[in-house]
Ligand binder design. Structure first.
Ligand SMILES: Cc1cc2nc3c(=O)[nH]c(=O)nc-3n(C[C@H](O)[C@H](O)[C@H](O)COP(=O)(O)O)c2cc1C
Length: 354
């Protein structure tokens, strides 16, 4: 059905952000009683085999919405009604910023990919805290993704992340330190051991002084050598980091069918294989580290592949844009079927079992 209307939707504007904003307006209707119940009637997948406890939180199913889609929290009831098991909000920065000038998202239809150079448009941590304090009655875990403000030099990144982390601490169940977006100049340098250690020790120190200790994860660059991944894993071990969100978008343009010369991060089908390889590597190197696996998930087979490579949870972004709102239900239903077919009693048993 969505495949029939997709050309119409994509035809509304050449700028995918216009369609994205329209979709968000519809999702916000999900906050208006009784619409969520009506949507759930079509989307609900309630299967014990999909339920698991990960880094201390209960997940009804493993399919989450990746960071970058929802920022002000108003779309959350609609997203939950679509069947997402969790949502990662943000990325937020300490300071409000407009992001890069539009057009800043490009469709690569032949490749089932996107290039984006959003540059974290957001109202800043103070405003985000105000908006998120109004979010109520959700029964799924929420993550918050934090990045550095564009105008803050890397030398002051620690204070920048710490400010947002402490402002938003009450409003999420887990936090993701994003040092992997290619769209803020110099941000990816923060993933080097020297910078990352400073940021992580500051946020972990803050967290450890709170009554409720919330899990902290790091979102990784995809264009990494295994030696660089090893360095990242060292920091995770030293600071008892709960997990890795694997991965962010890529600056590579290798193997694309689409002729395109736009700066930004590539996502979707073209990054699928590389992201899975990285998940596999991280899981083998440290099976205790929880992995949220993403990058090019469109179908149940894509999601299952990431789980078997070592991801406990998965997220989608580009696949959600191309496959439409019912993809969440399809993946969850399909996962329950595949897990039963392969003799697993619970999804957690399948993690890393290639
Ligand atoms: C338009 C757009 C905006 C994004 N914004 C963020 C962001 O704010 N923070 C972040 O960590 N990742 C962001 N991402 C990256 C996604 O969360 C995800 O890591 C990446 O797209 C790979 O997953 P996919 O292939 O399912 O899209 C963004 C991606 C897109 C396409």
């Amino acid at each position: 059905m969505y495949k029939l209307i997709r050309p119409l939707l994509f035809g509304i504007s050449k700028d995918p952000e216009t369609v994205h904003n329209l979709a968000l307006s519809f999702l916000r209707l999900g906050g208006v009683f009784p619409i969520p119940s009506a949507i759930k009637f079509f989307t609900k997948v309630d299967d014990e085999i999909l339920k698991q406890k990960v880094f201390g939180l209960e997940f009804k199913n493993p399919v989450g919405l990746a960071a970058g889609f929802e920022k002000d929290g108003k779309g959350l009831p609609g997203l939950e009604a679509l069947g997402f098991g969790f949502v990662e909000l943000g990325g937020y920065t300490k300071l409000p910023q407009p992001g890069n000038p539009r057009q800043r998202i490009f469709r690569l239809a032949k490749d089932f990919g996107l290039i984006n150079r959003m540059g974290f448009p957001n109202f800043g941590a103070d405003e985000a805290a105000k908006n998120l304090s109004k979010v109520k009655n959700l029964s799924m875990p929420l993550g918050i993704n934090l990045a550095k403000s564009k105008i803050t030099p890397n030398e002051h990144a620690v204070e920048d992340y710490l400010y947002s982390f402490s402002k938003l601490y009450d409003y999420a169940d887990y936090f993701v330190i994003n040092v992997s977006s290619p769209n803020t100049p110099g941000l990816r340098k923060l993933q080097s051991k020297e910078f990352l250690t400073g940021i992580i020790s500051a946020v972990v120190g803050y967290r450890d002084r709170q009554t409720v200790k919330k899990p902290i994860l790091i979102k990784t660059v995809i264009d990494f050598s295994f030696a660089e991944v090893d360095e990242l894993l060292g920091v995770c071990e030293n600071y008892n980091i709960a997990g890795i969100v694997c991965t962010n978008t890529s600056t590579s343009r290798e193997g694309l069918k689409t002729q395109i010369n736009e700066m930004g991060g590539l996502s979707g089908m073209p990054v699928k294989q590389k992201a899975t390889e990285l998940i596999r590597y991280i899981h083998k190197a440290n099976p205790k580290l929880v992995i949220i696996g993403l990058g090019g998930i469109f179908t149940v087979e894509d999601a299952y592949e990431k789980i078997k490579a070592g991801a406990s949870l998965v997220q989608i972004f580009t696949g959600f844009i191309y496959e439409g709102p019912f993809v969440v239900k399809k993946i969850n239903q399909g996962l329950a079927r595949l897990l039963k077919r392969d003799g697993f009693k619970n999804i957690s048993e399948a993690v890393g079992k290639e």
